[in-house]
Design a protein around this ligand. Structure first.
Ligand SMILES: [Zn+2]
Length: 348
């Protein structure tokens, strides 16, 4: 699913694309090795699953076409954003772990890397921002030496969570030196860590870099109610980030903003956070917390997941047990300043 979002004051509707043909091999091959594509195609034709990586990502019948459709969605979103200078939202995308020659972490083809490769071919500068609980290793290592990709990644510390990468000292090489910015947070960290760090780090770096396009990997597995990782973000932090990134895209990237989904393992949280995000990117703002969720959506949710659907938009989250404090923030910011040779504004 893909939505090309047009603010209502422009007088045109949101443009939805529900179904898309799989990306052709030459598009997938802009990031992935041909031998790997062939091996996925073979596995995709078999009934019995095989592992496409070192343990997390089994094949399933039709997996090649499914992953290639997601890549096609990102590619289409890129075209729409480029042509029209307005945000596009691709909630099925954001498969940031896949590497050129292997699957990883439930990701078969890296739709983000495929569109970044296209942007590079078209001589564009890309600011890639990743707020998934896991480090976006496939994207970062895929463009580690590229001066055309500023990569800023907030995630749970790799010493405590898959894929075990994304440390401040990993700041890029060659032309990409200083352009890979890893912001690891300890288990238990929540809004009081994410919000000030995002404010201090992202706008100054993106403004200084002056990208032609911003890509936001909007994973929701850092949500306080998601059990896969141990972060404690709340819907209001996600909404603040969405507004900040939208404003940045309008300010420095001619409105070019491509947003994908990502991880997220609790349907009641993922659906509400991504719906709020879509509303913000469409320029219509998030729904009121106390207002009811749509009836037809509730039916679909209950049929799909076999659990009661949320009745209202507000989502209770547990009290924040975060170990994060002001001294942690200043230590991490200092380390990033040393690595990147850049001063960040004081806390706001
Ligand atoms: Zn994740």
């Amino acid at each position: 699913m893909l939505a090309h979002l047009v603010p209502p004051d422009v007088g045109r509707p949101i443009h939805w694309i529900d179904r898309i043909e799989p990306a052709p091999p030459e598009v997938l091959a802009s990031f992935h090795h041909p031998e790997y594509l062939r091996s996925v195609e073979v596995a995709s034709g078999q009934d019995d699953p095989i592992l496409l990586d070192r343990g997390d990502t089994p094949s399933f019948p039709g997996c090649y076409e499914a992953a290639a459709r997601i890549a096609a969605g990102a590619d289409r979103a890129y075209s729409l954003v480029s042509e029209r200078g307005r945000p596009a939202f691709h909630p099925a995308g954001g498969l940031h772990h896949a590497h050129p020659d292997r699957a990883s972490g439930f990701c078969i083809f890296n739709d983000l890397a495929i569109v970044i490769a296209r942007a590079i071919r078209e001589h564009r500068r890309v600011a890639y921002i990743d707020i998934d609980a896991h480090h976006g290793d496939g994207v970062m290592y895929g463009f580690y030496r590229s001066g055309q990709v500023l990569d800023i990644d907030f995630h749970q510390d790799g010493r405590t969570l898959f894929p075990g990468t994304g440390f401040p000292h990993e700041s890029g090489r060659g032309d990409g030196g200083g352009l890979k910015v890893n912001v690891p947070l300890p288990p238990g960290a929540g809004d009081e860590a994410l919000r000030p760090l995002f404010r201090r780090i992202v706008p100054p770096l993106v403004r200084a870099y002056r990208p032609d396009l911003i890509i936001l990997q909007h994973g929701v597995d850092g949500h306080a109610n998601d059990a896969l990782a141990q972060l404690q973000y709340t819907p209001s932090a996600y909404s603040e980030i969405d507004r900040t990134v939208l404003a940045l895209a309008q300010e420095v990237a001619h409105g070019r903003l491509l947003v994908t989904g990502g991880g997220g393992y609790r349907a009641a949280s993922v659906s509400r956070v991504l719906a709020r995000a879509g509303a913000i990117f469409a320029g219509i703002g998030p729904p009121d917390d106390a207002s009811p969720t749509p009836t037809d959506w509730r039916h679909e949710f209950e049929e799909t997941f076999g659990e009661p659907a949320p009745r209202i938009w507000a989502e209770p989250v547990p009290a924040d047990p975060s170990p994060w404090g002001a001294e942690d923030e200043s230590r991490l910011v200092k380390e990033l300043e040393t690595r990147l040779g850049q001063r960040f504004p004081g806390p706001s």
